[in-house]
Design a protein around this ligand. Structure first.
Ligand SMILES: Cc1ncc(C[n+]2csc(CCOP(=O)(O)OP(=O)(O)O)c2C)c(N)n1
Length: 606
């Protein structure tokens, strides 16, 4: 059977149920082949193949709506919904996205990328279907990791009370990116093992029925069986008590079992939760033995650079040996943010709070209010979740929380949902907040050293990697570094390594007669420096890997204005459109963060 001919859910429905296993094997091989070349979420997608095949076999997508939480596990859905051939272009410029995207396909009911949104979306869809009297099912697929995010609980609360037919498929592999954490995760483990108890219960019955006289051993067995039974019944109670019917746990790789279960719940008139147990990385030995490191893999031709996260990890690890107050916090991103070693060496002061960025920030605020020294290492895009916690819980109280903001700026293949181009804008508006941009690993170290004795909110933002380490002038609070000084009235102010690299390359390659400034403090700005250069005939060019609105350039312009603006001001930054370019260099170029554009601007003002 040539399974590559199964291009749509209609093709799939024509298969005999016995052919579904073969289809799953085909899809799995296709995922492995493409992800090994293009990079992407490998182990998560290998774990959902049977679930997705069974969903498409039973439900009628796109009339029935599928909502994938995070959306990083939906490759099989893409392959089965007209994108099997396009799958070769996964995560490439012009190719299909690594996440569901409504513009890409009518089968993608809602765009995703950030975690824990699926249940709210599903409830919204169910409500709309009810009000419009449409007979369409809503199915949310949510992982146990995504179920650590607060938004999911807000939605569960509402789903239970609204009573609308939302079908929640809990894809439970006991893993987030790393091992899952938290009390809910422990609860799910109890539900998982309850399957074993159920089996044991029937074995006990059988054993007792063949013993003619009840001996002590058999009585003991029966007592034990009763207790276990109680636990099983009790353990299912949480969802049931919330008004959500619980089904499970089921083997999420048994496609026939999943087809049966989905058929049973398809026409439900109430909320239900189907608990499916899956293996992350299923079918690929290296991915099942190390699902953590094969959660997201880079493309075959990607070059690994000097990672800022490695500098952060090494610094905190060492500093924590001398300073008992240091606590490193992650929201389920220990590997990506460089905290893997810290977790092993300082387990009592390493806190993985789950996918709970809001909680992480407020928790850090309270640690800091109690004399501890918390560092929250987080990707820029996910910190967007914590706007109010930073403002309300950290900045108003002026607590010394250090935010180590990784993957700031454009991120490449993850695309639009993961760009880290907004953080300067939302941090610069907060009173009491200091914001720094290191241009390389050496400078990040200096900044972290500075943070140890700094006693107020601090944000250090950096992209994944830097090009080279340079020697730096000593770090002084609120002061910029003059990297190239020339007899010129043109000043290129650079926020961060990518901006500085562009300015240095432009200056060298095109022999530009400009001053290049490392604006290492973006808040507060170096007003003393600005007031010196704010002269008629001078030009100030700002460069940043952030959106223009509310960013570095705008703040410089305002500062020049309040100083009585005389210098000409030009800003290079991302514009007012979402960026779905999947390549870092080309996304920077498109926004003019390039040697060519800077050179052109300099030539035009010379
Ligand atoms: C708000 C937010 N924080 C962090 C992430 C990064 N992230 C992507 S997938 C993932 C783990 C999800 O675990 P789970 O839902 O159990 O899915 P699995 O990959 O185990 O199938 C994390 C932390 C994210 N997408 N959104």
């Amino acid at each position: 059977m040539d399974y590559s001919l199964i291009k749509t859910p209609q093709d799939l429905k024509r298969l005999n149920i016995n052919e579904l296993d073969g289809l799953c094997d085909y899809i799995r091989t296709r995922i492995i082949d493409v992800v090994e070349k293009n990079g992407g979420h490998l182990s998560s997608n290998l774990g959902t193949v049977e679930l997705i095949v069974a969903m498409h076999y039973v439900f009628d997508c796109p009339s029935d709506r599928f909502v994938f939480d995070v959306g990083h596990q939906a490759y099989a859905h893409k392959i089965l919904t007209g994108r099997g051939d396009a799958f070769d272009g996964l995560r490439k410029n012009g190719g299909i996205s690594g996440f569901p995207k409504t513009e890409e396909s009518e089968y993608d009911a809602f765009g995703t990328g950030h975690s824990s949104t699926s249940l709210s979306v599903a409830l919204g869809f169910a409500e709309a279907a009810y009000r419009k009297k449409e007979n369409r099912a809503t199915v949310a697929v949510i992982g146990d990791g995504a179920l650590t995010g607060g938004l999911a609980y807000e939605a569960l609360n509402a789903i239970g009370s609204e009573g609308l037919p939302v079908i929640i498929v809990l894809n439970d592999n006991n893993m987030s990116i790393s091992k899952n954490v938290g009390a809910m995760s422990k609860y799910l483990t109890r539900l998982r093992v309850s399957k074993k108890y159920k089996r044991m219960k029937s074995e006990i019955r059988r054993a007792v029925s063949i013993i003619p006289l009840l001996g002590d051993g058999a009585i003991h067995l029966m007592e034990k069986g009763k207790k276990l039974l109680k636990r099983v019944v009790l353990s299912n109670k949480m969802f049931e008590a919330m008004g959500i019917a619980y089904y499970g746990p089921f083997d999420g790789h048994n496609v026939r079992e999943m087809v049966d279960v989905f058929t049973q719940v398809k026409n439900t008139d109430k909320p239900v939760l189907v608990h499916a147990i899956t293996d992350k990385g299923r079918g690929l030995k290296s991915a099942t033995t190390d699902p953590e490191h094969s959660h997201g893999i880079s493309s075959a031709n990607s070059v690994s650079g000097n990672d800022f996260s490695a500098v952060l990890g090494a610094f905190l690890n060492e500093a924590a040996q001398k300073d008992e107050r240091i606590t490193a916090v992650t929201a389920a991103m220990a590997i990506g943010t460089g905290l893997e070693k810290f977790a092993v060496e300082h387990p009592d002061r390493f806190k993985d709070v789950g996918i709970a960025e809001e909680h992480a920030v407020t928790y850090c605020a309270a640690l800091a209010a109690s004399g501890m020294k918390p560092y929250f290492a987080v990707y820029s895009t996910f910190l967007q979740r914590s706007f109010d916690q930073i403002l309300h819980d950290v900045c108003i109280g002026n607590y010394p929380v250090t935010l180590c903001i990784d993957r700031a700026g454009v991120v490449g293949s993850d695309g639009v949902t993961h760009q880290g181009v907004f953080d300067l804008s939302y941090l610069l508006l907060m009173p009491n907040m200091t914001v720094m941009c290191p241009s390389d690993g050496n400078e990040l170290k200096d900044m972290l050293e500075f943070s140890l004795s700094y006693n107020a909110p601090l944000a250090i933002r950096y992209p994944k990697s830097y090009s080279v380490n340079r020697e730096h002038a000593k770090l002084e609070y609120g002061k910029w570094e003059r990297v190239i000084e020339r007899k010129s009235g043109i000043y290129v102010l650079c926020a961060g390594g990518r901006a500085l690299d562009v300015a240095l390359r432009a200056s060298e390659l095109n022999k530009l007669n400009v001053n290049v400034i490392n604006a290492r403090f973006v808040k507060p700005l170096d007003r003393e420096f600005l007031s010196k250069i704010n002269k008629q005939g001078n030009t100030v060019i700002t460069v940043e890997d952030n959106v223009v609105c509310g960013g570095f350039g705008m703040n410089v312009l305002m500062a020049l204005n309040t100083l009585g603006k005389r210098a000409e001001c030009r800003g290079i930054a991302h514009g007012d459109e979402f960026i779905d370019d999947r390549d870092i260099v080309s996304s920077l170029e498109k926004s003019g963060i390039s040697v060519e554009n800077l050179t052109e601007i300099v030539k035009s003002v010379e």
